[in-house]
Design a protein around this ligand. Structure first.
Ligand code: GUN
Ligand code: ZN
Length: 455
């Protein structure tokens, strides 16, 4: 039995809402009680310690004092773990970027040892960026999924992952077949889905790289395993959309391809969704599907501007996502800053309560997981982070000049990044502490600087 009282400033969104700025809970001096990895109490510290049995906890050493702000662990709704090593690759838009950088990188994941090392590295990077749950694309290789879930299991982290299904228009060594993609995915579902904190996502990469036969097999899996997730890409880039039109001429629009194969349902997460028509907005809402809004990726690849306001008005659940390696940071704080700018370019000012919501409770709700994660409600799993709002001088000065919580949060999400993450807790356990090595991963092995001629 483990029992800890975390004392500090607390902020969370207890319910699903379209108005997070009016529906948050904040305690300047609060307590979060964690027993066996679950939250058993949240509230005002003064009230809690007015009970004499609780006061005794102070001298018994059960109370951890935090100087920063505690929020629920952030949730990244769309990210590619094999692409962490090719983040920041120059000069291409989506389809060229896939061919030039992504496919050559993903080829390395045929080797189990390589998968294991990169999965561990990636998960530790998530924690150091304040992310405790992610919906993760592996590669076509089943061993990449096994490596990822094994690493997540070692840290007792709630993670969603799936093997990419892809049977055309990519290197031969990255192709499965409709049958092998189905069989391998099914084996992985049977091995991992709901095993501990693991959740499986059926993962056809995107419509162009799957034949109709493979999409049909993905849809079959989705029917046979209705409580699994589905993750894919939708309407990210104009070249991609023209290609889909070419490959599936009988369909009215991009989403109709996924609808045809039973891939639009609740727990289906569509990455990007930048260039949707009205029918597609309506269909996503009517079918209970969600959108992963990937602002830094969309800016980096020059893909376009996500119409957050329209998705919200259509009633589609939205979550912010990094989409690394097209995204330029795993930090969901940095991605919130990009989300703000994407919305500004369309005349909408996203406030910080709302963007934080889209990385915590809103993201959990978009995944149907808000009964487990994304908030501090009693009975949920204790995944949370401590943010140091004074982590670096410029942020500290800005924060100290703020009058209101809303202003402080806006400075945090505009200026903040991984430097702000002081501690990360997963299922009640400390998995990351700034400047302290907890897991012994040697990340500097093999570091070399390449020189290209004269200096
Ligand atoms: N569309 C198909 N595959 C990918 C991918 O790996 N990244 C992004 N951003 N878009 C995709
Ligand atoms: Zn993606």
């Amino acid at each position: 039995m483990t029992f800890k009282v975390h004392r500090g400033s607390l902020l969370h969104f207890p319910q699903v809402t379209s108005s997070p700025a009016d529906n948050y809970q904040y305690w300047n001096d609060g307590v979060l009680v964690v027993e066996n990895g679950r939250i058993t109490h949240v509230g005002e510290a003064k009230e809690f310690f007015s009970v004499s049995a609780n006061k005794a906890l102070l001298i018994q050493g059960h109370v951890i004092q935090h100087h920063g702000l505690l929020i629920p662990g952030m949730i990244d709704a769309h990210v590619h773990f094999p692409q962490i090593e090719m983040i920041a690759s120059y000069g291409k838009q989506l389809l060229d970027w896939l061919n030039t950088y992504t496919f050559p990188t993903e080829l390395r994941f045929s080797k189990q040892d390589y998968c294991n090392a990169q999965a561990e590295f990636f998960i530790q990077q998530l924690f150091s960026h304040g992310t405790t749950t992610a919906s993760v694309f592996a590669t076509v290789h089943p061993q990449s999924v096994n490596a990822f879930f094994a690493a997540a299991e070692r840290h007792d982290a709630r993670m969603i992952c799936g093997k990419i299904m892809m049977d055309r228009f990519c290197p031969d060594e990255l192709q499965d077949t409709p049958e092998s993609g189905y069989r391998d995915s099914k084996e992985l579902i049977e091995r991992w889905h709901k095993n501990g904190r693991a959740l499986y996502a059926i993962t056809p990469r995107f419509a162009p790289t799957s034949t109709p036969e493979q999409l049909a097999k993905a849809g079959q899996l989705a029917k046979e395993h209705p409580d699994t997730f589905i993750q894919t890409h939708l309407s990210e880039n104009h070249g991609e959309m023209a290609w889909v039109k070419d490959l599936f001429p009988e369909e009215d629009d991009y989403l109709a391809v996924y609808e045809r194969y039973n891939l639009v349902r609740d727990r289906a997460l569509f990455g990007h969704a930048l260039h949707l028509n009205d029918r597609e907005f309506k269909s996503l809402a009517a079918n209970g599907a969600s959108i992963a809004f990937c602002p830094s990726s969309n800016l980096f690849l020059g893909s376009g501007l996500f119409d957050y306001q329209k998705a919200k008005e259509a009633g589609i659940p939205v979550a912010i996502a990094s989409d690394v390696g097209a995204g330029t940071s795993l930090s969901l704080l940095r991605n919130q800053s990009d989300a703000y700018k994407v919305c500004q370019l369309q005349g909408v000012s996203l406030d910080a309560f709302e963007s934080l919501y889209l990385c915590t409770q809103g993201a959990a709700a978009a995944m149907g997981l808000d009964h487990l994660i994304g908030n501090f409600n009693i009975g949920t799993e204790a995944d949370f982070v401590e943010l140091d709002l004074t982590a670096f001088p410029m942020l500290k000065q800005r924060i100290l000049r703020c009058q209101e919580l809303s202003e402080q949060l806006f400075a945090l999400v505009t200026l903040g990044d991984e430097r702000v993450i002081e501690k990360t807790y997963v299922h009640g356990n400390l998995v990351y502490q700034k400047d302290v090595m907890l897991c012994g991963h040697n990340s500097t092995n093999g570091l070399r600087y390449l020189s290209s001629g004269s200096m």
